[in-house]
Design a protein around this ligand. Structure first.
Ligand SMILES: Cc1ncc(COP(=O)(O)O)c(C=O)c1O
Length: 226
């Protein structure tokens, strides 16, 4: 099986290139494998343009895993798959889970879906995400430490580098920026294998005013650290 997040989260908020998933899925399926999309971080409208991040790549997975936002804080997870793959579990192994399918959690999950739809949170992620991306990209002129601003909707990463040509990671600076932003009441954290990416995945109720506060705080902190 091929397991992948449609946009890599802990890998550093990396958006795979156009065509990557189409080709990868085709190769895996040609070899008899199944394709699993992990939508735990990127699903439920956060990427703005689509409800599921796999849709941004024009692919349809065989299995989708879901968590975190599915319960908006309530502990809940789900797996969705095709009838054929689901039927393969009916082989006598008797998968059992004490709390699986419990009605309280299912009710929470349904309420979350209602709120996402009624409050237009996917469209909001698209609108505020585009605004925040512009604000963050605008900081690149003044702050050479910012090597890249990437992502989709309200799933963004700001890669910090000491040199835009060599991409030498600015991990210590990233840690310092997170600390100084915290002193100003803005919570951020770092991500990626080199610990030099500021991850930005706020609640979907995030507003343009919140984006202004975040960008303004980063501007001030980068002026001190950069
Ligand atoms: C991308 C991703 N997939 C899967 C998981 C695991 O989800 P759960 O803790 O609901 O099993 C996490 C949790 O951190 C995650 O970030």
């Amino acid at each position: 099986a091929f397991f992948a997040e449609p946009i890599l989260s802990c890998g550093g908020q990396i958006v795979p290139p156009e065509g990557f998933f189409r080709d990868a899925y085709a190769h895996v399926r040609a070899g008899g494998g199944v394709c699993v999309a992990d939508e735990v971080q990127v699903g439920f409208g956060r990427v703005g343009s689509h409800f599921w991040a796999f849709e941004t790549h024009g692919v349809v997975p065989d299995i989708v895993t879901m968590g975190k936002p599915i319960g908006n804080g309530h502990p809940l997870g789900a797996v969705v798959t095709t009838p054929a793959i689901a039927a393969a579990f009916a082989n006598g192994m008797e998968y059992f889970n004490t709390f699986g399918g419990n009605p309280v959690s299912c009710t929470v999950g349904l309420a979350v879906l209602d709120v996402i739809a009624e409050e237009g949170l996917q469209a909001r992620a698209r609108r505020v995400g585009a605004y925040l991306t512009d604000r963050l990209r605008g900081l690149m002129d003044r702050h050479p430490l910012i090597g890249d601003v990437r992502g989709r909707g309200l799933f963004l990463g700001v890669e910090l580098v000491r040199d835009r040509a060599t991409l030498e990671p600015a991990a210590d600076e990233a840690t310092e920026i997170v600390e100084r932003a915290k002193e100003r009441g803005v919570l951020l954290s770092t991500d990626g294998p080199l610990h030099n990416v500021l991850k930005i995945k706020p609640p979907l109720v995030f507003s343009e005013a919140d984006a202004d506060r975040l960008a303004g705080t980063l501007d001030a902190v980068l002026a001190e650290v950069g």
